[in-house]
Design a protein around this ligand. Structure first.
Ligand SMILES: [Ca+2]
Ligand SMILES: [Ca+2]
Length: 416
């Protein structure tokens, strides 16, 4: 151990190597795992997949259904007869859902509004809206939420939404399962004026996803039915927005086509094997808005890495589009979840060729694991080059520090 320590110090003294970008990802396969018909789209508008199952809110019965390859197998009853369809989860798998009778109206100030079902089980937790932080909340119109929440709301996390009339992002902060009014409020945004961007186009059906890119930076991806997607990075500690990211540069168009008005369509980001991907409902054939095809593209790619053609020839409904999300399960594989309203719930497996997946310990992305990676890792720890969570968190504990240097040296020495 002492020898490793001295080696570490020696390397820290001449650390200069930069990280190198990965080659474009290559597809191994995209295949259907299971599919269940679900036809009553008026009851089921939106949902998300997690741990091999799909969760969907039934806005007539007041339940959240869980679907897997055997069909509908259990429900969360929303005691109180609450209607509505807003349901999502955070990075830890806690389920967040809206509770009130106002669907599809605005939030009701002072009444319980958000319910959290802890991933670990146990009693649900209800919260009211942070009235002090949103003193005109009641005037802000419909604020359904679609997309994914940040962090672990049972510890610390946040749900981002946009109001129908205020044209502003709102952050609803959570601490230990409850809404934390002290950290909630309208999002101060240092880049272009999002409020102006969404004016006239902001609706309840906009999607805001909180996600972590392959380099560990935190993002919000905002997709509206009427404006171009906006991808925003921000500082994790202060939650001060620092501008727009290069993944979807500025307000520029995505380098691929998404439907511009498939209601509630989204673009669902995920990181896998050191690459950033976007999963989105595909607009093919060109004039079809409500079919069930989808595509997966790498960030800034010219063409998608793969495309799943539509299985229907006419839209199963005329109001909602294709709900999609991806869940990485290991370094090369992700599960793709799809809810096609009026049609089906389907689950696919998306696999990258091993040759295009980041090798454990290959911090500088040159395809080899050697002392240059120790240099790159130390540079990341020292802040000389940007931290790349996918590559630098060698021991997989969610942090980048000297323990990763030890883990990396053990790999190089063949100890593990
Ligand atoms: Ca390397
Ligand atoms: Ca680590």
């Amino acid at each position: 151990m002492k020898r490793l320590f001295h080696l570490t110090i020696a390397i820290m003294m001449f650390a200069t190597v930069s990280a190198v970008d990965l080659e474009p990802a290559e597809l191994e396969y995209l295949q259907l795992k299971w599919k269940q018909p679900i036809s009553e789209w008026i009851k089921h508008r939106q949902g998300f997949g997690m741990n091999g199952a799909f969760y969907i809110r039934d806005n007539q019965q007041g339940i959240i259904s869980r679907w897997d390859e055997n069909g509908e197998d259990s429900t969360f009853v929303l005691e109180g007869g609450y209607r509505g369809h807003a349901v999502t989860c955070d990075e830890a798998g806690n389920i967040l859902t809206r509770i009130d009778y106002g669907w599809p109206g605005g939030w009701e100030v002072g009444a319980p509004a958000i319910r959290v079902f802890p991933a670990a089980g146990g009693d649900y937790i209800d919260s009211s809206l942070p009235v002090d932080a949103f003193n005109n909340w009641g005037e802000n119109g419909r604020m359904d939420y679609f997309g994914f929440a940040e962090g672990n709301v049972m510890e610390e996390g946040a749900l981002y939404i946009i109001s129908q009339h205020a044209h502003t992002f709102f952050k609803i902060a959570f601490l230990k399962g409850k809404v934390n009014p002290n950290a909630s409020g309208a999002v101060a945004y240092a880049g272009a004026n999002i409020g102006a961007s969404v004016e006239g186009g902001s609706t309840c059906d906009d999607v805001i996803n909180a996600y972590i890119a392959a380099d560990g930076t935190r993002h919000l991806l905002y997709v509206s039915r009427s404006i171009e997607p906006v991808d925003i990075t921000y500082d994790e500690q202060s939650h001060i927005y620092v501008g727009e990211t290069a993944l979807l540069p500025g307000h520029a168009h995505l380098p691929f086509i998404i439907p511009i008005r498939g209601f509630s369509n989204g673009v669902y980001p995920f990181a896998l094997g050191g690459h950033n991907f976007f999963l989105y409902p595909a607009k093919l054939p060109e004039d079809a808005m409500y079919l069930d095809g989808f595509a997966i593209a790498e960030a800034n790619a010219d063409i998608p890495i793969t495309f799943m053609p539509a299985t229907c020839s006419s839209a199963a409904n005329g109001i909602q589009a294709n709900w999609l999300n991806a869940e990485p399960v290991d370094e090369s594989k992700a599960i793709i979840y799809q809810y096609y309203p009026g049609g089906h719930i389907a689950v696919y497996e998306f696999k990258l060729k091993q040759s295009s997946v980041a090798i454990k310990g290959d911090v500088n992305s040159d395809g080899k694991v050697n002392v240059s990676d120790v240099t790159a890792l130390v540079n990341m720890i020292l802040g000389v080059i940007p931290k790349d969570m996918t590559r630098a968190d060698v021991n997989g504990d969610g942090k980048i520090n000297v323990s990763d240097v030890t883990a990396l040296i053990n790999i190089i020495l063949g100890i593990i």
